[in-house]
Design a protein around this ligand. Sequence first.
Ligand code: ZN
Length: 241
Amino acid sequence: MDLNLPVPRVALAIPAHPDDAEFGCGGTFAKWAAAGCRIHHLVCTDGSKGTWDPKQDVAELVTVRQDEQRAASHALGGAGDVVFLGWPDGELDAGVRQRWQVAYWIRRLRPDVVLGHDPWRRYRLHPDHRAAGFLLTDAVVAARDPHFFPEQGEPPHRPGVVLLWEAEEPDHVEDITAHFDAKIEALLAHRSQYRSTMRIEDAASGEEVAAFRRRVAEWAADQGANAGVALAERFKAITQV
Ligand SMILES: [Zn+2]
């Protein structure tokens, strides 16, 4: 298990939905942002399926989740861009149009490290997580070579490292022990997800929030166990980009 990349200058997370990046790399982003890294989010879908309430106004939910994602980036210490591609939640394709968009943002933001879903994770049910993973890896290839999408008018860009969270074969650990609070704060910025994702029925219930925090802490302890790190986020690192 490799431990801790050098702090990058620029990092870009490419989650399928608002909140995925905070679960996958929130602690890593908080740590890097505190050390001067510019952290960006590129969210593939509009998050419009993210509720258990059949009466929810979907257009309103999309706006709310965008605000929450910006607040989460802020909680991580980010002053970078939060970009929404706006594809319908649950229907994300890793097609050429989507690849064009993601490659454009990689060329434009020029991240040293790109982070996202591992598309090769077995038995993964959510189609958007799979699609977002393939979209990321396909777009990294397109962004680095000049004959892909030359009409974009942006120079090619080759990130140094790709980190995939929820990895099938993790081989890299980031120590987030000192930045765990920021990860929790960023996750809690996604208030619309309290009920469906965080098992928080009543936002005023300190007990439910504490239980959520404990569950995330147990997960982070497990992620760091093999590396001798108290609280961690674990990834597959692709260094041959
Ligand atoms: Zn998701």
